[in-house]
Design a binder for this molecule. Structure first.
Ligand SMILES: Nc1ncnc2c1ncn2[C@@H]1O[C@H](COP(=O)(O)OP(=O)(O)OP(=O)(O)O)[C@@H](O)[C@H]1O
Length: 644
């Protein structure tokens, strides 16, 4: 077993993963959680009671199961115990929760604990080893060598039985990767990296077959045996898994039915007249007894009556108390650790940037279809467009051709860059949320790394496309300097579009919302782009919108670069027709009056402002959690005027 420096303590305090130096004992009393919402149909406030006066404890060295039928409040209770109950409007959390007999600070507690969510949030293109190594670089002290970190990761891989798939990518619905069980174990491995003293797991066996479930729970039991506190919500454990649990907390309809020694539960139920048949899995039996049965009115009445009897009798039971004082005395020393836990980051900002950059870069690079597809499509469309506009000369017809092709460049450059980042950035946010909860990095390091990693792959295609078309069509009179300015403008437009994509992705709650909102933004920018309607023709009260349109200035920049020195022949004009003799006349007609330098500066400012907005949105989206004693219920009162 690897020995590694404890991430929370002095860097040279050796810590053996086979034992836990900082035991954590949790106790909670009368925990209730409700959500009050305003129902338009009844025009009144309704309170949904999710948890009702839950009392219990989870001690170091124990594996605790939170069981109950679906919707009984398992995840809600787990969130409360992990101090990660999301703030919901109208949410009210009351009761007390103590760590080693004392009230704990959320950040310090988060440092010593890990939470394995039900949905595995990892980068699909990274292998199991790369995923765990990245977590190790984020979570372990930078004073450890890479070799030490690798040994540590290898020990976790071995412990979780992931050796066979260590170099297989995680995968997702689109790319085939590791199996569901391996994915789940890898997710647990990520949370084990910081060597937590206490581990919360939401349905760790969901989606696993019976054998895989047994092996995952076996690994967790070993962790608990090493002095850690393991609390897991679990749906229907097989009997051998149930036998691993030391404590059982059984819920039904948000109420406590039993909490205490898991092996005494059968006797407790028997005392209440609910006899578990011989050779029956106790877990199955408990769920049968505490599940409401809505099939018929009679069955519903009978089952709800039984649940009420069981929960009422438990509420009156003398076992339904927790001794905080005893826990506090026992663990006074360890509370120093909790108070003095190092809340800072384990690696420098630059290292965080480097790791986030590498991860994003690898992710994009491994998406070969998209990467090579973009290059091939750029060459193909470049040649096609080149062929289409190859007859463009310097006559009057060519004015429309030139303006048209430049607006096409503007749309293409904005669209392709923005949409590439919309998808990838929105997907990344789920992982980022988990990593932020474990204080892995500054969000600024992630944000800037993501932007930089997007550049190379989104850069090549459009530049290739622009180069082919420029030379085939003979834009800018084939002048090399003009070509350089053209490429700089294309690059700037691409950078601005990436920034815009990041801002939309940061705002949108998910990929669907981002891809629905993205086209609306693009269409608005096209309308105010100066091609379909002259900017001088815009209603005065709407003119300000043009300053928000990337395309308006991008298009002006490309037009000015192309047109400023051009002279057009009037040979193809019919007699009496008006002739536009110079490129400057075209610019005047389009109401474009800025110089290329001014436009480049404007694009730079646009990009900077969008980045600042996007970054701030992301920064503010950090999840905050519900405090005890109804802080957010007051919020509802304030917002809506009254609470029932
Ligand atoms: N934010 C919320 N707003 C309204 N109701 C909620 C909210 N969160 C949870 N609930 C409700 O609280 C109850 C308990 O939910 P919870 O997810 O804790 O149950 P669970 O036992 O984990 O269920 P499952 O086994 O299906 O995951 C459910 O009826 C759920 O609909």
């Amino acid at each position: 077993m690897a020995t590694v420096t404890d991430p929370m303590m002095a860097p040279h305090d050796a810590l053996d993963r086979t034992k836990n130096s900082y035991p954590i004992n949790l106790s909670w009393n009368d925990v209730s959680y409700s959500i009050t919402t305003y129902k338009k149909s009844t025009k009144s406030y309704e309170t949904k009671q999710i948890l009702t006066t839950i009392t219990g404890q989870a001690l170091a060295g124990q594996m605790v199961a939170i069981m109950g039928p679906t919707g009984s409040g398992k995840t809600s209770l787990l969130n409360v115990l992990a101090m990660r109950c999301p703030i919901v409007k109208g949410g009210d959390l009351t009761g007390s929760f103590k760590v080693n007999g004392e009230v704990a600070k959320e950040k310090a507690f988060a440092r010593l604990t890990s939470y394995v969510m039900q949905d595995d949030a990892m980068f699909a293109a990274l292998t199991v080893k790369e995923t765990l190594m990245t977590a190790a670089h984020f979570q372990l002290s930078s004073k450890l060598s890479d070799k030490e970190k690798e040994d540590y990761v290898d020990s976790i891989i071995a412990e979780l039985g992931l050796n066979k798939c260590r170099d297989t990518i995680i995968g997702d619905a689109k790319i085939r990767g590791v199996s569901g069980g391996e994915r789940k174990r890898c997710n647990i491995g990520v949370e084990l990296i910081k060597n937590p003293s206490c581990l919360f797991l939401d349905e760790p066996t969901s989606g696993l077959d019976s054998f895989q479930a047994q092996s995952v729970m076996g690994a967790l039991k070993t962790l608990a045996s090493n002095g850690r506190t393991v609390v897991a919500s679990i749906h229907q454990p097989r009997s051998s898994i149930y036998a691993m649990f030391d404590q059982l907390l059984l819920l039904s309809e948000g109420k406590l039915i039993y909490t205490g020694n898991a092996h005494d539960a059968v006797k407790h139920f028997s005392d209440k007249g609910q006899e578990c048949p011989a050779l029956f899995n106790p877990a199955d039996f408990f769920l049968d007894v505490v599940s409401p049965d809505y099939r018929t009115a009679d069955l519903e009445k009978e089952s709800l009556g039984r649940i009420k009897m069981l929960s009422d009798s438990w509420a009156k039971s003398s076992m339904n108390v927790v001794e905080d004082i005893e826990l506090a005395t026992k663990n006074a020393e360890h509370n120093k650790t909790l108070k003095n836990a190092n809340l800072g980051f384990q690696s420098s900002w630059f290292r965080q940037f480097q790791l986030c950059f590498l991860r994003s870069f690898i992710t994009t690079k491994r998406n070969k279809v998209a990467t090579y597809g973009k290059v091939i499509a750029s060459i193909f469309f470049g040649l096609l467009l080149g062929a289409l506009y190859s007859e463009t000369k310097y006559d009057q017809k060519s004015i429309q051709d030139r303006v048209g092709i430049l607006f096409f460049f503007t749309i293409n450059q904005t669209f392709s860059n923005m949409f590439a980042v919309l998808n990838s950035f929105t997907g990344d946010k789920v992982v980022v949320e988990r990593e932020r909860a474990s204080n892995s990095y500054h969000i600024s390091a992630f944000y800037s790394a993501k932007f930089c990693a997007e550049i190379p792959f989104n850069f090549v295609g459009p530049i290739l496309f622009g180069t082919i078309v420029f030379w085939i069509v003979g834009l800018g009179e084939g002048d090399f300097w003009n070509f350089c300015v053209f490429l700089v403008l294309l690059t700037q437009i691409g950078f601005c579009a990436i920034a815009l994509g990041m801002a939309i992705a940061a705002t949108a709650p998910d990929v669907e919302a981002a891809t629905a909102f993205g086209p609306i933004v693009v269409v608005l920018m096209i309308l105010f782009g100066g091609f379909y309607i002259n900017i001088e023709s815009l209603p005065v009260w709407l003119r300000w919108v043009q300053y928000l349109s990337l395309m308006r200035f991008a298009f002006e920049g490309l037009c000015v670069n192309e047109m400023k020195d051009l002279v057009f022949s009037c040979d193809d004009i019919e007699e009496g027709g008006a002739c536009v003799e110079t490129g400057q006349d075209v610019l005047n007609r389009l109401s474009f009056s800025m110089s290329v330098g001014e436009i480049m500066l404007w694009l730079l400012v646009f990009m900077g402002v969008v980045h600042v907005i996007a970054y701030n949105i992301l920064e503010r989206k950090k999840r905050s959690y519900q405090a005890f004693n109804g802080a957010s219920a007051k919020k509802l009162k304030k917002v809506n005027g009254k609470v029932n």
